[in-house]
Design a protein around this ligand. Structure first.
Ligand code: NAI
Length: 549
């Protein structure tokens, strides 16, 4: 078994303009006089030699001159194509500020306007017209060792729907976060968009649209294309983990089911979401001092997010001694037609495991009084469903009710932080999908946590990379959730915060990655020998945005 060391950058001997155009090795005005002489750069750069810090200051000045976040996004993407080290030095210097610029919400607008703002190409496009030749197209990617792929087919981009190849902004942005938030070396990553057509009429009629102008391919032809893609990746990059992103629900679920026990793969929309919600619950239990197996959760919404979270909570309860049946009965779902219960005839297969043995019920408040949930989780996409009566009912049956309105964006949140604290008389343990500002209520300032998947997926990527894990299991997400929650300090808990602060996310992710890596080694899933100090190994493997000597 090889040792757990990872070689990244290949040694190159680029010179002159070629070197300045190579984002991996370019350092622009920071090339020293000796380097300029040796690499034929004299005269190609202004004479002054900058430090990385000076370059960072210049980028900040340039960002401040721009008028909109989309412009800042485009500027940062250009920077990424010009000087990778500087790009990551900027991101990693202030992740809380830059995550919303390179990922949500700004990336959503960038995906919508993709065909109109397109400049340099980044990542790999695999159109269904190349079916039978995917191996050949993959071989066009210059890196021979890729460990992490984020792939989309652009059908369900954030909450924005089918954006065709415009969805490429998502794998690109997400992989930037894998690096900025958990140190996954960028040259081991590859963003991919599978172009199977689009059903977005606006795109089909836009002369600037950059994808295939045909309706989406469905059924067997689609499944065969995915199978060929998985095979091609396995053949060229056998150590690679495949992360599926923003596929339509029906494809996302079936792809995950088909491949999760065969290769190293996961779906962040399903599993990362569930992981971060579970992390919030573990954090909340540190405040209430209760056990997971004593909890009951009532979900507002019974879609993919709700069932994914409910299933992971159930698996975590099983790890603590309940049977899966007992555990699922502690997670009740409520949808547009009321309680998901066993007499209903309109339930989808994925909802059936959570059909409660209970009489029909269409009032959420009645269900709170009856089921006595310790927590309510909002994943309905409908704002204001956690109204005053709901929060007061929760406060009446719990000393410290868990209230998680997770629907995004902020305008769809089931309630605001202010409402939750006010209506529960300051007792609610609150976290939301979109961020809320701190709330002062009765002379106490509460800091609402944001259940952002970014606490989980970069760390998972780093753990998988450092161990060369053969699989990504559900239990790994439970381990990650616990690791996130255990890092919240007592002071933060006292202010109601149940996730680590985003300003310290790199440190938090490396810790989480180390915990997951331990688990991978202990389960015999690793393909490398366990290092003596796993956390140290993870920290040493992590990418650092500095110029090589
Ligand atoms: P979905 O469309 O699959 O499910 C929505 C569910 O809400 C359906 O079961 C529907 O019947 C139910 N619903 C709609 N109107 C309702 C009403 N008036 N009363 C009760 N139930 C109602 O959507 P999905 O993918 O499950 O996502 C749901 C929400 O969760 C989205 O807003 C998404 O942004 C959010 N989410 C947040 C995450 C996070 O913060 N980390 C991660 C994933 C999703």
């Amino acid at each position: 078994m090889p040792n757990a060391t990872i070689k990244t950058k290949t040694a190159v001997k680029l010179k002159g303009q070629q070197l300045l155009r190579d984002a991996d090795h370019n350092r622009g005005s920071a090339f020293t006089q000796e380097q300029r002489q040796a690499a034929g750069l004299e005269g190609l750069l202004p004479p002054a030699v900058d430090t990385l810090d000076l370059q960072i200051a210049r980028v900040h000045t340039q960002l401040d001159m721009l008028d909109s976040d989309l412009q800042r996004y485009l500027f940062l993407m250009d920077l990424q194509s010009r000087n990778q080290t500087l790009f990551y030095a900027i991101l990693m210097g202030d992740p809380a500020r830059f995550m919303p610029l390179v990922y949500t919400p700004t990336v959503g607008e960038a995906c919508q306007k993709f065909d109109h703002v397109f400049r340099a190409s980044r990542g790999l496009y695999l159109p269904i017209t190349a079916k039978g030749r995917l191996q050949e197209l993959l071989a066009n990617w210059p890196q021979k060792d890729i460990r992490f792929i984020v792939v989309t087919d652009g059908e369900r981009i954030l909450g924005l729907g089918d954006l065709g190849v415009g969805g490429m902004g998502i794998p690109v942005g997400k992989l930037a976060l894998y690096t900025a938030v958990a140190g996954v070396p960028p040259d081991l990553t590859l963003p991919i968009t599978l172009d199977v057509g689009t059903n977005n009429e606006d795109l089909l009629h836009d002369p600037l649209y950059l994808g295939l102008k045909q309706p989406r391919v469905r059924g067997k032809a689609y499944d065969d294309f995915i199978a060929e893609f998985v095979d091609a990746v396995q053949t060229r990059y056998p150590k690679c983990c495949l992360q599926w992103e923003d596929f339509a629900n029906f494809n996302a679920v079936s792809i995950l089911k088909t491949y999760q026990d065969k290769i190293c793969t996961y779906n962040d929309d399903i599993q990362g979401t569930a992981g971060v919600a579970l992390a919030g619950i573990y954090g909340a239990l540190r405040i209430s001092g209760q056990k997971l197996t004593d909890q009951r959760f009532l979900f507002m919404g019974a879609g993919s997010a709700a069932t994914g979270i409910a299933e992971l909570i159930s698996q975590a309860m099983v790890m603590e001694g309940l049977t899966i049946k007992e555990a699922r009965a502690r997670n009740a779902l409520f949808d547009i037609n009321g309680l998901v219960e066993s007499s209903r005839k309109d339930l989808a297969e994925f909802q059936k495991p959570f059909a409660l043995k209970h009489k029909p019920c269409t009032s959420f408040v009645d269900m709170i009084n009856d089921f006595k949930p310790t927590g309510i989780i909002g994943v309905s996409t409908v704002p204001k469903l956690f109204n005053q009566a709901v929060i007061q009912a929760m406060a009446a049956v719990n000393e410290r009710p868990i209230v998680f309105p997770y629907s995004n964006p902020t305008s769809r949140s089931e309630c605001t932080a202010q409402e939750a604290y006010q209506w529960s008389d300051g007792q609610a343990i609150f976290a939301s999908g979109s961020p809320f500002d701190p709330v002062t209520f009765k002379n106490k300032t509460f800091i609402p946590g944001q259940g952002n998947n970014v606490y989980i997926f970069p760390a998972m990527g780093m753990a998988v990379l450092a161990t060369e894990s053969t699989r990504v299991t559900e239990q790994m997400f439970i381990v990650a959730a616990k690791a996130v929650a255990e890092q919240v300090t007592q002071e933060e808990l006292d202010a109601g915060l149940i996730y680590p602060p985003q300003s310290q996310i790199l440190d938090a992710s490396l810790h989480t990655a180390a915990r997951v890596a331990h688990y991978i080694f202990d389960q015999g899933l690793a393909r490398v020998k366990k290092p003596k100090d796993v956390e140290l190994h993870i920290r040493q493997t992590a990418y650092k945005p500095v110029y090589d000597q």
